[in-house]
Design a protein around this ligand. Structure first.
Ligand code: ZN
Length: 301
């Protein structure tokens, strides 16, 4: 009855951009689970769609990482701002072309290469606290992938001025802890209204904006989780979120998929078992495995 309708995002909105519906009280969609059960045929169809989507990606090869600061105002002070892995769009790690043909891009997520997670604290008076919906969302992704995925790197503080200009955000609070990772930020979602629905979750390059995140990828299609900063924005003053929206946005990040499918932002489900099956299959096959020869791993879980 109170299912949220999650609009299908136009593909033009770009890779991994925000979506995930939310209503004004942030409750609602909850555990609406089971309408879209996992199946091998559905999972394989989604994997094919993900790979096909990679063909639209442009990978820039001009930067040598870590980057030197340049005279351009946007790229001045990269070291001081702890942003030496800054790229715009997708960037090749070593300036070589990146494999896209039939191979799903993914994070490594091995024991010694987990995804670093930082919790944003914006404003001098802001408290350091982790929202329980976020904690549950992270657990949900680890349950789907079936191993430890995240490395908790603690809080990252920004002054209000630090985040005023999305091109020159200051990440220096994390100097000594890392050069990139996933920043989880509550209250900074750019609100998009589409077909009467308000969206308040997104994966972007900065808080308060729409658009795609920036990511560095190696020649095998491995996304460099710890190089460069990605923002996961959840909710804002007008628009709430729930644990399923946290999982939904994280799933965009882990699948590198801009689209939705049955059980993932379509047919009333924000995040269902069909999404878990896709995540499990991607992350329990070898890196670089051609999508046609990947094993469907969810049944055996
Ligand atoms: Zn979405």
């Amino acid at each position: 009855m109170n299912k949220l309708k999650i609009p299908l995002l136009a593909l033009s909105i770009s890779v991994v951009t925000g979506c995930g519906g939310g209503d004004s009280d942030g409750g609602g969609n909850g555990g609406n689970y089971g309408n879209n059960p996992a199946s091998e045929s559905h999972t394989r169809a989604v994997l094919k769609a993900i790979v096909a989507g990679h063909d639209n990606f442009t990978v820039y090869t001009e930067h040598d990482f870590p980057r030197e600061s340049s005279n351009h105002w946007m790229n001045a002070g990269l070291t001081e701002r702890n942003d030496e892995y800054k790229c715009q769009g997708f960037c090749s790690l070593d300036q070589n072309p990146v494999e896209t043909e039939g191979v799903i891009w993914r994070h490594d997520v091995s024991e010694d290469n987990l995804v670093p997670v930082y919790y944003a604290v914006i404003g001098d008076d802001a408290k350091e606290e982790i929202d329980p919906r976020v904690t549950e969302g992270l657990k949900g992704i680890e349950a789907a992938i079936d191993r430890k995925v995240f490395e908790d790197k603690g809080f990252i503080r920004f002054s209000d001025a630090d985040v005023t200009n999305f091109s020159t955000i200051d990440y220096s609070d994390a100097i000594g802890r890392g050069k990139g990772g996933l920043i989880i930020s509550v209250g900074t979602a750019h609100q998009v209204s589409k077909n009467g629905e308000i969206m308040c979750g997104s994966v972007t390059s900065a808080p308060y904006i729409a658009g795609s995140p920036n990511m560095i990828v190696d020649t095998n299609g491995v996304l460099q989780s710890d190089k460069g900063w990605v923002w996961l924005n959840l909710g804002n003053d007008n628009c709430g979120f729930d644990t399923n929206i946290v999982k939904h946005e994280l799933a965009h990040y882990f699948m590198q998929h801009d689209g939705h499918f049955d059980g993932f932002g379509e047919n009333g489900d924000t995040f269902s078992e069909s999404t878990e099956a896709v995540l499990h299959t991607i992350y329990n096959n070898a890196i670089g495995a051609p999508v046609e020869s990947m094993s469907y791993t969810w049944d055996a879980k």
